[in-house]
Design a protein around this ligand. Sequence first.
Ligand code: ATP
Ligand code: PRP
Ligand code: MG
Length: 205
Amino acid sequence: MLTIALSKGRILDQTLPLLEKAGISISKSELESRKLILDTNLNDVKVIVIRASDVPVFVQHGAADFGIAGKDVLLEHGANGIFELLDLNISKCRLMVASKKDQDLNKSTLKVATKYVKSAKEYFYRQGKQVEVIKLYGAMELAPIVGLSDCIVDLVDTGNTLKANNLVPIALIQKISSRLIVNSAAFNTKHKEIKLWIQKIKQNL
Ligand code: ATP
Ligand code: PRP
Ligand code: MG
Protein backbone atom coordinates (compact mmCIF):
# COMPACT_ATOMS: atom_id res chain seq x y z
CA MET A 1 0.00 0.00 0.00
CA LEU A 2 1.23 3.49 -0.91
CA THR A 3 -0.18 6.69 0.60
CA ILE A 4 0.35 10.04 -1.11
CA ALA A 5 -0.20 13.34 0.74
CA LEU A 6 -1.41 16.26 -1.34
CA SER A 7 -2.03 19.89 -0.41
CA LYS A 8 -5.55 21.10 -0.92
CA GLY A 9 -5.95 24.42 -2.71
CA ARG A 10 -3.93 25.62 -5.65
CA ILE A 11 -1.29 22.86 -5.56
CA LEU A 12 -3.96 20.17 -5.84
CA ASP A 13 -5.31 21.59 -9.10
CA GLN A 14 -1.84 21.42 -10.63
CA THR A 15 -0.90 18.09 -9.04
CA LEU A 16 -3.84 16.00 -10.24
CA PRO A 17 -2.87 16.25 -13.94
CA LEU A 18 0.71 15.21 -13.04
CA LEU A 19 -0.52 12.13 -11.18
CA GLU A 20 -2.99 11.37 -13.94
CA LYS A 21 -0.20 11.35 -16.54
CA ALA A 22 1.77 9.01 -14.29
CA GLY A 23 -1.23 6.65 -14.14
CA ILE A 24 -2.85 7.62 -10.82
CA SER A 25 -6.32 9.12 -11.12
CA ILE A 26 -8.94 10.16 -8.60
CA SER A 27 -12.59 10.25 -9.66
CA LYS A 28 -14.60 13.48 -9.50
CA SER A 29 -17.03 11.96 -6.99
CA GLU A 30 -14.13 10.92 -4.76
CA LEU A 31 -12.66 14.45 -4.94
CA GLU A 32 -16.01 16.06 -4.23
CA SER A 33 -16.77 13.79 -1.28
CA ARG A 34 -15.97 14.79 2.28
CA LYS A 35 -13.69 11.76 2.63
CA LEU A 36 -10.15 12.46 3.84
CA ILE A 37 -8.61 9.30 2.41
CA LEU A 38 -9.38 9.08 -1.28
CA ASP A 39 -9.35 5.97 -3.41
CA THR A 40 -7.54 6.08 -6.72
CA ASN A 41 -7.88 3.91 -9.83
CA LEU A 42 -5.23 1.67 -8.24
CA ASN A 43 -6.17 -0.57 -5.31
CA ASP A 44 -2.83 -0.15 -3.59
CA VAL A 45 -2.57 3.65 -3.88
CA LYS A 46 -4.50 6.03 -1.60
CA VAL A 47 -4.37 9.81 -1.49
CA ILE A 48 -4.86 12.08 1.51
CA VAL A 49 -5.71 15.72 0.86
CA ILE A 50 -4.63 18.00 3.71
CA ARG A 51 -3.53 21.56 4.42
CA ALA A 52 -0.32 22.55 2.64
CA SER A 53 1.64 23.00 5.88
CA ASP A 54 0.56 19.56 7.15
CA VAL A 55 1.99 17.65 4.16
CA PRO A 56 5.60 17.49 5.47
CA VAL A 57 4.30 16.49 8.92
CA PHE A 58 2.47 13.45 7.54
CA VAL A 59 5.45 12.51 5.36
CA GLN A 60 8.04 12.98 8.13
CA HIS A 61 6.15 10.64 10.45
CA GLY A 62 5.54 8.07 7.75
CA ALA A 63 1.76 8.55 7.74
CA ALA A 64 2.24 9.20 4.04
CA ASP A 65 4.96 7.62 1.90
CA PHE A 66 5.36 10.61 -0.29
CA GLY A 67 3.81 14.00 -0.77
CA ILE A 68 3.83 17.23 -2.69
CA ALA A 69 4.46 20.54 -0.93
CA GLY A 70 5.66 24.06 -1.67
CA LYS A 71 9.32 24.89 -0.98
CA ASP A 72 8.04 27.70 1.30
CA VAL A 73 6.36 25.12 3.52
CA LEU A 74 9.39 22.80 3.39
CA LEU A 75 11.78 25.56 4.46
CA GLU A 76 9.61 26.26 7.49
CA HIS A 77 9.20 22.61 8.39
CA GLY A 78 12.83 21.54 8.03
CA ALA A 79 14.23 18.43 6.37
CA ASN A 80 14.03 15.98 9.30
CA GLY A 81 12.93 12.53 8.09
CA ILE A 82 12.22 13.86 4.63
CA PHE A 83 13.99 13.54 1.29
CA GLU A 84 13.20 16.20 -1.30
CA LEU A 85 13.50 14.29 -4.56
CA LEU A 86 11.95 16.26 -7.39
CA ASP A 87 11.20 19.84 -8.34
CA LEU A 88 7.79 19.68 -10.01
CA ASN A 89 7.98 23.27 -11.25
CA ILE A 90 4.36 23.94 -10.36
CA SER A 91 2.77 26.59 -8.11
CA LYS A 92 5.71 28.85 -8.79
CA CYS A 93 6.03 32.11 -6.90
CA ARG A 94 8.59 34.10 -4.91
CA LEU A 95 9.10 34.53 -1.19
CA MET A 96 9.68 38.26 -0.80
CA VAL A 97 10.04 41.14 1.59
CA ALA A 98 7.48 43.87 0.87
CA SER A 99 6.47 47.12 2.50
CA LYS A 100 4.71 50.44 1.96
CA LYS A 101 6.51 52.50 -0.68
CA ASP A 102 7.70 55.22 1.68
CA GLN A 103 8.57 52.91 4.59
CA ASP A 104 11.81 53.55 6.47
CA LEU A 105 13.50 50.13 6.57
CA ASN A 106 16.69 51.35 8.21
CA LYS A 107 15.31 51.34 11.76
CA SER A 108 17.44 49.50 14.31
CA THR A 109 14.74 46.85 14.85
CA LEU A 110 12.37 46.06 11.99
CA LYS A 111 8.92 44.65 12.71
CA VAL A 112 8.21 41.86 10.23
CA ALA A 113 4.79 40.22 9.90
CA THR A 114 4.79 36.78 8.30
CA LYS A 115 3.60 33.21 8.21
CA TYR A 116 7.21 32.28 7.33
CA VAL A 117 8.92 32.93 10.66
CA LYS A 118 11.95 30.69 10.09
CA SER A 119 12.69 31.92 6.56
CA ALA A 120 12.20 35.54 7.61
CA LYS A 121 14.49 35.24 10.64
CA GLU A 122 17.18 33.50 8.59
CA TYR A 123 16.98 36.10 5.82
CA PHE A 124 17.27 39.13 8.10
CA TYR A 125 19.97 37.43 10.17
CA ARG A 126 22.01 36.99 6.97
CA GLN A 127 21.43 40.68 6.23
CA GLY A 128 22.68 41.55 9.70
CA LYS A 129 19.35 43.20 10.52
CA GLN A 130 17.68 42.92 13.88
CA VAL A 131 14.00 42.00 13.58
CA GLU A 132 10.93 41.40 15.67
CA VAL A 133 8.86 38.79 13.88
CA ILE A 134 5.08 38.79 14.27
CA LYS A 135 3.54 35.45 13.27
CA LEU A 136 0.37 35.62 11.18
CA TYR A 137 -1.55 32.86 9.43
CA GLY A 138 -2.77 34.87 6.42
CA ALA A 139 -3.54 38.32 5.03
CA MET A 140 0.03 39.45 5.72
CA GLU A 141 -0.49 42.40 3.35
CA LEU A 142 -2.74 44.00 5.93
CA ALA A 143 -0.03 44.30 8.58
CA PRO A 144 1.93 47.32 7.23
CA ILE A 145 -1.29 49.16 6.35
CA VAL A 146 -2.66 49.02 9.86
CA GLY A 147 0.72 49.66 11.49
CA LEU A 148 1.19 46.15 12.83
CA SER A 149 4.57 45.84 11.11
CA ASP A 150 7.14 47.73 9.02
CA CYS A 151 7.24 45.06 6.36
CA ILE A 152 6.05 41.57 5.51
CA VAL A 153 7.56 38.37 4.22
CA ASP A 154 5.06 36.66 1.95
CA LEU A 155 4.60 34.89 -1.36
CA VAL A 156 4.30 36.98 -4.50
CA ASP A 157 3.15 35.69 -7.86
CA THR A 158 1.52 38.27 -10.12
CA GLY A 159 2.10 41.06 -7.62
CA ASN A 160 -1.61 41.93 -7.74
CA THR A 161 -2.14 41.47 -4.00
CA LEU A 162 0.77 43.78 -3.17
CA LYS A 163 -0.45 46.37 -5.67
CA ALA A 164 -4.04 46.22 -4.46
CA ASN A 165 -2.79 47.04 -0.97
CA ASN A 166 -0.31 49.75 -1.98
CA LEU A 167 2.74 47.69 -1.12
CA VAL A 168 5.93 47.26 -3.12
CA PRO A 169 8.34 44.32 -3.34
CA ILE A 170 11.65 45.09 -1.61
CA ALA A 171 13.77 41.94 -1.86
CA LEU A 172 13.64 38.38 -3.12
CA ILE A 173 14.33 35.78 -0.44
CA GLN A 174 13.77 32.57 -2.38
CA LYS A 175 12.21 31.30 -5.59
CA ILE A 176 9.43 28.85 -4.72
CA SER A 177 7.96 25.85 -6.51
CA SER A 178 6.37 22.60 -5.39
CA ARG A 179 8.54 19.61 -4.58
CA LEU A 180 7.97 15.89 -4.33
CA ILE A 181 9.04 14.72 -0.89
CA VAL A 182 9.48 11.21 0.44
CA ASN A 183 9.58 9.73 3.93
CA SER A 184 13.22 8.76 4.38
CA ALA A 185 12.44 5.36 5.95
CA ALA A 186 9.85 4.51 3.28
CA PHE A 187 12.40 5.47 0.64
CA ASN A 188 14.52 2.58 1.91
CA THR A 189 11.81 0.00 2.64
CA LYS A 190 9.65 0.71 -0.43
CA HIS A 191 12.52 1.86 -2.59
CA LYS A 192 11.56 0.06 -5.81
CA GLU A 193 7.93 1.11 -5.69
CA ILE A 194 8.65 4.74 -4.85
CA LYS A 195 11.47 5.00 -7.41
CA LEU A 196 9.08 3.72 -10.07
CA TRP A 197 6.41 6.33 -9.30
CA ILE A 198 8.96 9.13 -9.20
CA GLN A 199 10.28 7.98 -12.56
CA LYS A 200 6.76 8.00 -14.02
CA ILE A 201 6.01 11.47 -12.66
CA LYS A 202 9.37 12.80 -13.82
CA GLN A 203 8.90 11.45 -17.35
CA ASN A 204 5.76 13.51 -17.78
CA LEU A 205 6.89 16.83 -16.31
P1 ATP B 1 -3.86 27.48 3.99
O1 ATP B 1 -4.98 28.10 3.21
O2 ATP B 1 -4.16 26.09 4.46
O3 ATP B 1 -3.28 28.36 5.04
P2 ATP B 1 -2.05 28.12 1.91
O4 ATP B 1 -2.54 29.50 1.85
O5 ATP B 1 -0.57 27.96 2.09
O6 ATP B 1 -2.69 27.22 2.99
P3 ATP B 1 -2.37 27.76 -0.88
O7 ATP B 1 -2.68 29.20 -1.04
O8 ATP B 1 -3.15 26.78 -1.67
O9 ATP B 1 -2.50 27.33 0.61
O10 ATP B 1 -0.85 27.61 -1.18
C1 ATP B 1 -0.24 26.35 -1.27
C2 ATP B 1 1.14 26.50 -1.85
O11 ATP B 1 1.06 27.07 -3.16
C3 ATP B 1 2.07 27.42 -1.06
O12 ATP B 1 2.73 26.70 -0.05
C4 ATP B 1 3.01 27.91 -2.14
O13 ATP B 1 4.04 26.98 -2.37
C5 ATP B 1 2.10 27.99 -3.37
N1 ATP B 1 1.48 29.32 -3.54
C6 ATP B 1 0.83 30.05 -2.62
N2 ATP B 1 0.38 31.22 -3.12
C7 ATP B 1 0.75 31.22 -4.41
C8 ATP B 1 0.55 32.12 -5.47
N3 ATP B 1 -0.06 33.28 -5.31
N4 ATP B 1 1.00 31.78 -6.68
C9 ATP B 1 1.63 30.62 -6.87
N5 ATP B 1 1.86 29.72 -5.89
C10 ATP B 1 1.42 30.00 -4.69
C1 PRP C 1 -1.14 34.13 -1.74
C2 PRP C 1 -0.05 34.92 -1.03
C3 PRP C 1 -0.31 36.35 -1.50
C4 PRP C 1 -0.87 36.13 -2.89
C5 PRP C 1 0.17 36.49 -3.90
O1 PRP C 1 -2.33 34.29 -1.06
O2 PRP C 1 -0.12 34.77 0.37
O3 PRP C 1 -1.23 37.01 -0.67
O4 PRP C 1 -1.22 34.75 -3.02
O5 PRP C 1 -0.27 36.27 -5.21
P1 PRP C 1 -0.27 37.45 -6.27
O6 PRP C 1 1.08 38.07 -6.26
O7 PRP C 1 -0.57 36.77 -7.58
O8 PRP C 1 -1.33 38.42 -5.91
P2 PRP C 1 -3.61 33.35 -1.31
O9 PRP C 1 -4.31 33.78 -2.55
O10 PRP C 1 -3.18 31.93 -1.28
O11 PRP C 1 -4.51 33.69 -0.08
P3 PRP C 1 -4.46 33.10 1.41
O12 PRP C 1 -3.34 32.11 1.49
O13 PRP C 1 -4.22 34.30 2.29
O14 PRP C 1 -5.78 32.48 1.61
MG1 MG D 1 -2.65 30.78 0.21
